[in-house]
Design a protein around this ligand. Structure first.
Ligand code: AMP
Length: 120
């Protein structure tokens, strides 16, 4: 389901609207990046569209430019956070099997340490 930004029961919509605080890294009209509350590495931030999209399965063809911008932002901030040389993990969890816990599309960027693969 895709709805307008500001879904009343969505924690990331509340962060996007400023209703609840977050450690913001970057923000523009469409996109917000903020540090994860429970970091899994020295670098761990989330990049979200301000518009509410529940998960990657709900993205529409009209969101193509937005998706590209989310990835560009994730890349640029990963570089700013010192991950250029050694890289990082760029993750989009989706629904229950994918381990998604917040139903608002987000890209995790986790870096600053080596990460294992495959996931458990
Ligand atoms: P996922 O499990 O992929 O849906 O990821 C949700 C992420 O959001 C988790 O890594 C949480 O630690 C993070 N998170 C939840 N609430 C907040 C919050 N208020 N501020 C920052 N990160 C949050």
């Amino acid at each position: 389901m895709i709805t307008f930004a500001g879904m009343s029961d969505c924690i990331f919509c509340k962060i996007a609207s400023g209703a609840i605080p977050a450690q913001k890294l970057d923000e523009d009209d469409e996109i917000l990046a903020f540090h994860d509350l429970a970091p899994q590495g020295p670098v761990h931030f989330l990049v979200i569209p301000k518009k509410h999209i529940s998960n990657i399965m709900e993205v529409e063809p009209t969101d193509t430019l937005l998706l590209g911008r989310l990835l560009n932002k994730a890349q640029a901030l990963a570089q700013e956070q010192g991950c250029t040389e050694k890289g990082a993990r760029f993750v989009i969890n989706c629904k229950s099997d994918g381990g998604q816990t917040v139903d608002h599309l987000h890209i995790h960027v986790i870096g600053g340490r080596p990460l294992g693969w495959p996931p458990g």
